[in-house]
Write a protein that binds this ligand. Sequence first.
Ligand code: MOS
Length: 734
Amino acid sequence: MTGPGFAPIARVDAQDKVRGRAIYGTDRALPRMVHAVLATAKIARGSIRSIATDMALAVPGVRLILTHEDIEIVEPAQFILAGQGYGFQSIQPLATRKIGYKGQPVAVVVADTLEAAMQAADALDVIYDTEAFQALIDAASDEDIVAQQGSPLPQEAFGDKIVGDADAAIHSAAVQVDASYVFHAQHQNPIELISTVAHWQGERLVVHEGTQNAGAIQHGLARQFGIDSALVEIISPHAGGGFGQKNSMQSQTFLAAVAARRLGRPVKLVMTREQIFHTASFRPAARHRVRLGATRDGHIVGAVHEVDQQTSRHDLFASSTASITARLHGIANFRGSERLVRTDVQTPGYMRAPFEHSGTFAFETAIDELAYALSSDPVALRLANDATADPLTGRPFTSRFLAQCLTIGAERFGWSRRQMAAGSMSGENGELIGWGVACGAYKAAVAPAIATIEVHADGAVVVSVSGHEMGQGLRTVVANVVSRRLGIEPGRVDLVLGETRGAAPHLTAGSWGTATAIPAVEAAMDALDEEVRRIGAGADGSGIDAVLRRAGMTRISSEARSKAPGQPDAVYERLVTGLPAASGPVFPDFVAMSYIAHFIEVRVERSTRRISIPRVVSVADCGRVVSPVTAASQVRGGVVGGIGGTLMEISEVDPRHGGFLNADLAEYVVPVNADIGDIEVHFVDEPDPTLNTLGAKGLGEVAMTGVGAAIANAIHHATGRRHRSLPIRIEDML
Ligand code: MOS
């Protein structure tokens, strides 16, 4: 243990947020600012024959129309997964006449008012040459299916996951499960739309944008313009939700910056809700097949998890589903094989628990099916098959308290009162009641980070660390650690996050924010202590400000950096050039994961089949909890996201036209308050002894993993029916 648990301090930016003092990217209204809108392709594949702009230019107030005919791009931003890229995909809109997907930007219209820009965008006359396209993975031909094994993707992460001989073990097992699952595409839909304010100050480009990756935008813009990245500043102190959608460079940033340079004015460009279904990444459609084999007494001897996941025609957005499901339980023989299916869409991307939400849905539903095949309690079956070391590599886990998550959750939920038979429980009003359980896991990853601390003689404390605040609570985490070390109020810590003029921001994703920021901040605090001791030798233990005043100094500062265990120093070069450099769950000497168990009650109205979820108990093992209030909030948010992803969210496709049909939050349904019941959150709160000084793992995404299976298992318990396709909507219940 590294000292007592952390204080449950309030979110440090809570007051700023509710008072409107937290300034989001396009909240900025700059003098002389004009408005840009995107015009987007109405076909799913082909090329632009011509764009007539005369009608659009005649709209009063229009200042500029950019098309592929008059835009200069020094070098595209390139696809982020390709290793040296910054963009969410390789297609650079307006760099080509080719149309790779419906909704691809074909022009930018800038006007004095938003209304004029929208009217002019509608007045553009674009003529296309169309080509045949394919919008659905089920209709794809064999040549559009690419095995990740042997593909150009990094095989360590994306190749097959094989240990032992799973097929043989299942073949000879007494009890077998074989089930296929279907996942429709889903879109992240953060409340803050993808949007940019760009302006030039002479040679310098300043961009305000809500993002999870200011470094990618900085260096991506520098590459696109062919200028020094020191001339590009990105300001993103708050993002209004990301969920993975904002974790790389988007299409509009460069376009807004080009328009700003042409016009010599600040330009604001906000994508519409309808546009983000096409102009940004999304959770791809997928098919999974899970096979399990077990002995009659409930020992799981083998598992196969096969995944076909949607990608675009122009990029391979890879799946790493099996690297998590192979580690959920102690199964000695495992085969995970993943393939990609090319379709004519924008490149999919990461959406909170990108592979783990669907992966755990398939795997943990299959485990429930196995429990019923064995007549075994689903909690007991999981406890009997817990892993003691990493099944894939044999390396030790840094810490694993999944069994505790299950036992604490079962106790809190009252699981012992459950009757095993499906359809055996009902409520006061005759509604069917189902209780379901499922586990989740997510890699504990760490990225390189830089932290700087300044303490001033007037008592001001300024801390900057790699990372972004997107509502997940990173500011509160850092403030809690720093304030505890310095013995000051958390609100006194002035935080600089998500700004390229501060510590180089990293790609803030993959649930590595806390486990990445904390070691850097702690190292900077250690360096600060050292410095204080040096100048204040003989000081009496009073505050740093007093030491400074005695020494006649106005400020003292320190800087430190940290990286994942075993990473080479070269990763710092990736950090300062805006390239992702996270590592995990496999480190040289160990494997690190976070875990969760969800216990969920569903109620199903007998006549209407309407589903409600009155209560959830979730118990997480995320190592040391550094900010109890925001951590609990993260888990509640993950459960809410899981409920949406399981019962509501679907990006609808019309195969005749391609693209996605949803245009707003009325047509893309997400949970609202009335959909959410009681969510009780507990933490094991045992520090991970190996991963970092404070023992924090990660929490953001593990929170959502397993929610889907717990709901589907509860529905099965209520009705006797298995649901193997997401989302599960009322029409699927009839
Ligand atoms: Mo997140 S889905 O790791 O950006």
